[in-house]
Design a protein around this ligand. Structure first.
Ligand code: DX5
Ligand code: ZN
Length: 234
């Protein structure tokens, strides 16, 4: 199943004093999704924003709100994030003892269901929930901060995840250290959704963001074409 290449700017790197405009500008500049990094200062060593901020951003765009919960526990807050207007809600496998229950809850709230793993967590942790998710997010940095370096060992994990997904219509997303230099390898490994914080919110305003997004999209599309051509030759 070939899903489109999607660029998902993380507003973690945006100017928090004018978030509504930052979201509108990124979408106007060509962003496919808006990535919302929620941090609790407990599951990860940083605090960002919660459902009320997301709710206040919702009227600014109709773009897909891709919510990445770095909170533990997540279950008591899922309904609030659904009501805030998230389109997908992604939970960490490390965030609680009952992953399957969390995924069922997201499904019952009518949202796309996402699951994610820290770099050190093996893919086998999601083997038994593959039919319960719409999105798998491979963390390519340790969650908590923007602007970190892509961990190269995660390329093999993306490849393995792609193989595990098989023909299922699951979005394969990668998050952390995505730049114009790293995105091609991640796309060649099989990812189709690319979160980018600092690489998108560089400079200021629509024109800068448009260039930044285009500079990410091009190598991803090229890598995908090359991979398809190589597969065709096999
Ligand atoms: C990390 C977050 C990422 C982060 C990405 O905890 O989940 O989404 O904002 O930032 P960059 O693209 O700067 O690595
Ligand atoms: Zn994220």
């Amino acid at each position: 199943m070939t899903l489109p290449i999607r660029i998902a700017p993380s507003i973690l790197a945006a100017d928090f004093s004018k978030l509504g405009q930052e979201v509108r500008d990124a979408v106007e500049a060509g962003a496919d999704w808006v990535h919302l990094d929620v941090m609790d200062g407990h599951f990860v060593p940083n605090i960002s924003f919660g459902p009320d901020v997301i709710k206040s951003l919702r009227p600014h765009t109709t773009a897909f709100f891709d919510c990445h919960l770095m909170i533990s526990p997540a279950d008591p807050y899922l309904e609030a994030f659904a009501k805030a207007g998230c389109d997908s809600i992604t939970v960490h496998v490390e965030a609680g003892p009952h992953l399957h229950r969390s995924l069922q809850t997201i499904r019952s709230l009518g949202k796309k269901v996402g699951v994610t793993l820290n770099p050190a967590t093996p893919l086998s942790a999601i083997e038994n929930v593959l039919d319960d998710v719409d999105l798998i997010l491979i963390m390519s940095v340790n969650p908590g901060f923007g602007g970190q370096k892509f961990i190269p060992a995660m390329l093999e994990k993306i490849r393995a995840a792609k193989a595990m997904i098989g023909a299922r219509p699951i979005e394969l997303e990668v998050d952390g250290g995505i730049t114009a230099e790293t995105i091609g390898a991640a796309a060649a490994a099989g990812a189709n959704v690319f979160v980018a914080g600092s690489a998108v919110y560089k400079g200021e305003g629509i024109a800068a963001y448009r260039n930044n997004i285009a500079a990410l999209r091009a190598p991803a599309e090229i890598a995908r074409l090359k991979t398809a051509a190589k597969d065709g030759r096999k």
